[in-house]
Design a protein around this ligand. Structure first.
Ligand code: ARG
Length: 395
């Protein structure tokens, strides 16, 4: 039998993947052979009858944890078994989804002691009911490219999605740290947007342990990264909306989000504040600015009582994760160039690890096409002005 190219499995393939998952999952959960056989039989029958099957809450929770453990780009996997999984498969309307996302934010932020959480929405079996979260992360800042009169501001990584939000009728405050709304679609229906209540957006203003004037840079970042555009696959069942979070490693913010030339590009400003010579590479001004920016991130989060990990500690934790997995007789999937931190990578033990390989493991988290790409393309020419809603024109 042929499998469809959209990733939807036929019955026999689905049975195969379901059984492979149940074997792994039930062994890890310490269940008996009899339980495994009973459950596999029931799942096989359900698939023959309905073309699909549904996970028990326990299978869903453990499958989600396994997906984190298998994610080859994540340095923080030592804590995979602490993931809290919220079963939101009952949510059907955009309002219900938004409510569940608000609870996720509250539960994860936990007043600063961040808890790793994943909220799983219903599987994507029925196209009319498919839930998609259009945001890349639940909390992220808008990006405004600017024009002749106005300088660019905000996060360039959000430029395209910000246009989508504005076309849907959202109006931002502008500026560098303008939190985007949640955008949720159900099936082919118009997406809906929801402003995130302010009290759910915890942010940390950046200061430096010994450079007093650092505050003049007016930098800040949100405390909880909740990746919301990846697809969770467990035992052949696909969950297109399964947002998850951990806590930040400081280099994600200091080196990349604020440091990258294609993002906030703040190294020159930090260097100027430090009085460094930017006329020559040999002053190593970029390296020194990176260092102080990353120190500021660690210092500020710590001072605000918000969980964060430095890249040396995270790398050591990753090595412990590798040892732990080896003891369990499991191979670790890893992508070296994602796992080395974007500051002083050669000073961490991951640098010399030449055995890291990417494996094809399941359950897993996979990239999917951004929900808005097709619609943006289709409606590009039909929309006369920026702020009208392209989706109404289409209907
Ligand atoms: N790198 C992304 C960011 O800077 C977040 C990805 C998830 N990170 C995490 N620590 N769980 O926003």
């Amino acid at each position: 039998m042929e499998s469809r190219n959209d990733g939807v499995l036929n019955g026999e393939e689905l049975i195969e993947q379901a059984e492979a998952f149940l074997r792994l999952c039930y062994r890890e959960l310490g269940k008996s052979e009899a339980e495994l056989i009973d459950r596999s039989e029931a799942v096989r029958e359900e698939i023959r009858r309905c073309g699909t099957y549904s996970h028990t809450a326990e299978e869903l929770a453990h499958g989600a944890k396994m997906a984190w453990r298998h994610n080859s780009r994540c340095i923080g996997r030592l804590f995979w078994h602490t993931l809290e999984v919220i079963d939101a498969r009952g949510a059907e309307t955009a309002e219900q989804v938004a409510e569940a996302l608000f609870s996720h934010l509250k539960r994860a932020a936990n007043g600063g002691r961040i808890r790793p959480v994943m909220t799983v929405f219903q599987s994507g079996d029925d196209p009319a009911k498919v839930i998609r979260i259009w945001n890349h992360q639940l909390i992220r800042y808008a990006g405004y490219p600017g024009d002749g009169e106005h300088p660019r501001c905000g996060d360039p990584a959000s430029d395209a999605f910000t246009v989508v939000c504005r076309r849907l009728g959202w109006q931002g405050k502008g500026g560098d740290f303008d939190v985007l709304p949640l955008v949720i679609s159900i099936g082919e229906a118009l997406p809906r947007w929801f402003r995130i209540p302010e009290e759910l957006v915890q942010e940390v203003p950046l200061s430096h342990p010994d450079i007093e004037r650092f505050g003049e840079l007016q930098l800040r970042w949100y405390s909880v990264p909740v990746v919301s555009d990846m697809l969770l696959e467990i035992g052949g069942i696909r969950y297109p909306a399964a947002p998850f979070n951990g806590w930040y490693m400081e280099t994600e913010i200091g080196s990349r989000n604020l440091g990258d030339a294609g993002r906030y590009n703040r190294l020159p400003m930090v260097a100027d504040l430090l009085g460094l010579d930017r006329s020559t590479n040999t002053s190593l001004w970029k390296d020194r600015a990176l260092l102080e920016l990353n120190r500021a991130v660690l210092h500020s989060f710590k001072q605000a009582g918000v969980s964060i990990v430095d890249h040396h500690t995270a790398a050591d934790q990753f090595v412990r994760f590798q040892e732990q997995e080896q003891q369990q007789g499991r191979e670790v999937s890893g992508k070296w160039h994602w796992l080395i931190p974007p500051m002083s990578p050669s000073s961490t033990p991951i640098w010399n690890d030449n055995k890291l390989r990417e494996l094809n493991l399941s359950p897993r988290l996979i990239y999917q096409k951004p929900a808005f790409v097709g619609l943006m393309e289709e409606t590009k020419d039909a929309v006369p002005e920026e702020l009208t809603c392209p989706f109404h024109h289409q209907k």
